[in-house]
Design a protein around this ligand. Structure first.
Ligand SMILES: [Zn+2]
Length: 48
């Protein structure tokens, strides 16, 4: 089964589910990301 990345819209065989928090730190939603977008997401949280 393929997943559709919710960031770039590409289909990926492997996907990562990430928790998105809103500006107040409250859990907002779950996103499905392809490996490339997941890497970017990891970098974005590391750099705050
Ligand atoms: Zn993507």
């Amino acid at each position: 089964m393929a997943y559709t990345c919710q960031d770039c819209g590409r289909e990926s065989e492997t996907a990562h589910t990430v928790t998105i928090y809103d500006a107040t730190g409250v859990e907002d939603r779950l996103d499905v990301l392809c490996p490339e977008c997941y890497e970017e997401w990891l970098l974005s949280i590391k750099h705050g």
